[in-house]
Write a protein that binds this ligand. Structure first.
Ligand code: ZN
Length: 233
């Protein structure tokens, strides 16, 4: 029986939904994120706001929410050149992957998360990776997660469970999942405080939250929101 979890929590819609799910299931939940010199510090600011709002608005979860960990991973900017860490425009590469793909990023995140979970005695790692959406990042695939779970469990001689609640659902279902977990207050919190836009736009307020409305991340979030709203009407 699992009672504790470490959520890979970036401050976006997906990881906030995963955090709400973990808080509804487990007795003790901690959060982890990585500062890898993202082009925008907007995400890192968003995550602190989300944690604060969860504590304020959800007393049934607040007492389960433990330490937040921010790890410095500046080294990632030294080894990779992508539109997330450098000031270059978003585009698709000849490999068929978007240039937001940071090779090995999720593998590193999970390895460090496992090392921390080991020290903090947390049993489950929860991550918002998803195979259904457009990106096709190979380090978000279900097979990769299963391989990581095995490698980390063997390599640290401790049984880790990597939980991926969003793996097979699309963005409309992610909105629906948030609504089922925390009702309108959680949906409002996600709209108001989470951040997804690749350009770090916190100026333009859309029905689904802040963002440029043009980049692939905004596009995905907006279309999912529209489909979810249409399904609930
Ligand atoms: Zn955007």
């Amino acid at each position: 029986m699992h009672t504790s979890a470490l959520v890979l929590f970036s401050g976006g819609q997906d990881s906030t939904t995963c955090l709400a799910l973990a808080l509804s299931k487990y007795e003790r939940v901690e959060t982890i994120a990585f500062d890898y010199r993202q082009r925008h510090s907007v995400e890192l600011e968003a995550r602190l706001r989300v944690l604060e709002q969860i504590k304020l608005q959800f007393p049934q979860w607040a007492h389960k929410l433990g330490e937040d960990h921010l790890l410095d991973l500046g080294v990632l900017g030294q080894v990779s050149e992508t539109s997330l860490t450098r000031d270059v425009a978003f585009k698709m590469e000849s490999s068929g992957l978007p240039n937001t793909f940071v090779p090995g990023r999720n593998l590193l995140f999970l390895t460090l998360a496992a090392a921390l979970a080991y020290r903090r005695d947390l049993q489950v790692m929860v991550t918002g990776v998803c195979e259904t959406d457009f990106s096709g990042y190979p380090d978000c695939r279900d097979d990769t997660m299963k391989a990581m779970q095995l490698a980390l469990s063997l390599g640290m001689d401790k049984r880790f469970l990597i939980e991926t609640p969003l793996m097979w659902i699309d963005k409309a279902d992610t909105w629906a999942l948030a609504a089922s977990l925390g009702g309108p207050p959680l949906v409002d919190l996600i709209i108001e405080h989470t951040h997804t836009c690749y350009l770090g736009d916190r100026v333009h307020r859309q029905a689904w939250g802040y963002g440029c409305g043009e980049c692939p991340a905004c596009d995905l979030r907006a279309k999912g929101y529209d489909r979810w709203i249409a399904a609930t009407e």
